[in-house]
Design a protein around this ligand. Structure first.
Ligand SMILES: Nc1ncnc2c1ncn2[C@@H]1O[C@H](COP(=O)(O)OP(=O)(O)OP(=O)(O)O)[C@@H](O)[C@H]1O
Ligand SMILES: [Mg+2]
Length: 341
């Protein structure tokens, strides 16, 4: 096999864009990966680099590189067409002839992960800071003499306790999420009586609903096949969905749970007559920390982790998750899990 055939195969198959320029910054060659990222009608050959890539930093770097006939050039990062690339320049000097190779590595995914990480740290810090500031404020007031009054003491300790509970819950949720995401929390698959699970969990919410003036209804068939799953995790799904249904439904509304068998799946549905979710927000509500109305949800004690946990658990069960919602009318969250064979 000739060397050229080998080199051609490498250039064709590599998952890095390659662009070769001559000493006048005109293109001599681009490999398929490059052409995919920077489509140029009629091919790149003979075109000036500025017709192919628009980024001014890259064009300046190429210009300097030619002026200095190579030399040292740091890798540069550009954002073009919604994607990020890290570009490495390599000179080729051959008998007075100067060419250069540009390697374009697509780093869009790395950038995305980096942003998520940054946002995550910012979110966690912010969520912890709010209750912590209250705890600090109230305890300082108590230490400054507020303690002498029994009534104030009791009231402030109550507030401190509430904020501490909230921080503890946030940390619990974060730990659960992180374990689910790193697959450290294995989903044990065993037959689960999903009917019993839903009925029992819904019972646990009756008082909370009654206190808020919400009617709980249920539409459970007499019998349901068992599903293959992890009882504790599935219970958490139902708890998080019911908690939301009650939280986001004003007094006088109804929250109903229902379950049914469809083919080899068992479908559980939690329906409310609450505030609903605008359709533009629906794709985002399963993201960590995402809340449609930040202020309102926080007031209700929410941090936006509940549905992220739900999504991970259902994914871990290879199940399906669905949402339908009409603002001002209500929402229906449902999930389906395969029943036991
Ligand atoms: N049944 C519902 N009706 C209306 N909006 C909902 C409903 N369920 C979820 N949402 C919206 O989706 C957002 C994300 O829900 P999620 O359960 O993840 O967070 P949360 O309830 O705000 O906080 P947490 O669950 O961590 O206490 C909520 O803030 C709310 O805006
Ligand atoms: Mg929630």
């Amino acid at each position: 096999m000739g060397k050229n055939v080998i080199l051609e195969s490498i250039a064709r198959e590599m998952q890095t864009g390659v662009l070769v320029l001559n000493g006048s910054a005109n293109a001599l060659y681009a490999n398929p990966f490059f052409l995919n990222s920077f489509p140029v009608e009629g091919g790149v050959e003979g075109r000036a680099v500025g017709e192919i890539v628009k980024d001014p930093v890259l064009l300046k770097t190429v210009g300097d590189f030619i002026k200095n006939l190579g030399g040292i050039s740091e890798d540069i990062e550009i954002n073009e067409g919604g994607r990020f690339f890290s570009i490495h320049l390599v000179p080729i000097k051959e008998r007075g002839d100067f060419k250069m190779l540009l390697f374009f590595q697509d780093i869009t995914e790395e950038k995305r992960v980096e942003t998520i990480k940054k946002d995550f740290v910012a979110n966690v810090s912010h969520e912890l800071r709010t209750p912590l500031a209250s705890i600090k404020g109230y305890s300082e007031t108590l230490l400054d003499g507020g303690m002498d009054d029994q009534k104030t003491l009791k009231e402030f300790l109550g507030v401190i306790d509430r904020h501490a509970t909230r921080m503890a819950r946030l940390i619990d949720d974060l730990l659960i999420l992180s374990r689910l995401e790193s697959h450290q929390m294995t989903i044990v698959s065993a037959p689960v009586d999903i009917r019993d699970l839903v009925v029992t969990t819904a019972k646990g919410f009756e008082k909370q609903a009654r206190d808020k003036g919400i009617t709980m209804a249920s539409g459970m068939p007499g019998k349901l096949p068992r599903v293959l799953g992890d009882r504790d995790r599935l219970e958490q799904v139902v708890v998080n969905l019911l908690d939301n249904a009650i939280k986001y439904t004003p007094s006088g509304g109804t929250v109903s749970v229902a379950a049914s068998k469809t083919g080899e799946w068992v479908r559980v549905e939690i329906r409310d007559t609450g505030i609903g979710i605008p359709s533009g927000d629906i794709p985002r509500i399963f993201e960590r920390f995402y809340r449609v109305d930040k202020a309102r949800s926080r007031e209700l004690g929410g941090t936006g982790l509940g549905l992220a946990i739900v999504k991970h658990i259902i994914q871990g069960h290879n199940g399906r998750l669905q949402v339908e919602s009409t603002p001002g009318k209500g929402s229906v969250f449902s999930f389906s899990i395969r029943s036991c064979p």
